[in-house]
Design a protein around this ligand. Structure first.
Ligand SMILES: [Zn+2]
Length: 190
């Protein structure tokens, strides 16, 4: 059973049948994204194509209601999703010291769902290979994922701060900078 909230583009949750269905108006757009990427169109060009064609974005709608269009990251997240392979993941978030945080992918539970599959394992493999290759060509794209990555240092010990993404009802998705430095005696800076 689907318990993950709003399913990704081009799926929607049908309350009556309590199942995840494909929005037929969005289906050809999703397939075009997959085929374009497999055939060599890069993430940026796909994002521009989607924005130019006024396709509503599945994510990154700002709290002020402004929709900034598709970004490379949005396209990448959509292409890499395993939901379109038929999988459902559970345990994406957990509560730690009263804060909800994202659980690392390898610690989540993955099962085959009952919703329609929209890409083949072969297509997914080609997509992931290309995404990985791009990441290796752009080593900074991941390291500098946050606006202040590499720029914040701990006031107490001077170590570089690390960033963590969290999610809670009040703030929505947010990030925090933390010091993970460990002193020689084993104690942590915190
Ligand atoms: Zn520190």
């Amino acid at each position: 059973m689907w318990t993950n909230g709003k399913p990704p583009f081009p799926y929607y949750y049908d309350k009556n049948t309590r199942s995840v269905l494909v929005d037929e108006t969005k289906r050809p757009i999703y397939r075009a994204i997959v085929e374009k990427y497999i055939n060599g169109t890069n993430l940026g060009h796909i994002a521009i194509w989607l924005t130019d064609n006024k396709i509503p974005t599945p994510y990154n709608i700002k709290p002020d209601g402004k929709n900034k269009g598709w970004s490379n990251i949005t396209v990448q997240r959509l292409l890499a999703s395993e939901i379109h392979l038929g999988y459902i993941t559970y345990g994406k978030t957990r509560s730690k010291r009263g804060q909800v945080e994202l659980v690392p992918e390898e610690e989540r539970i993955k099962v085959m769902g009952t919703h329609e599959k929209l890409k083949t394992p072969e297509e997914h493999e080609v997509i992931m290979e290309r995404l990985l290759k791009n990441r290796m060509l752009n080593p900074n794209s991941r390291r500098n994922i946050f606006p202040l990555s590499g720029l914040l240092y701990c006031e107490k010990c001077g170590s570089r701060m690390r960033f963590r993404v969290g999610e809670n009802k009040k703030q929505g998705q947010h990030w925090s900078a933390l010091c993970y430095h460990q002193y020689k005696d084993g104690s942590k800076c915190e």
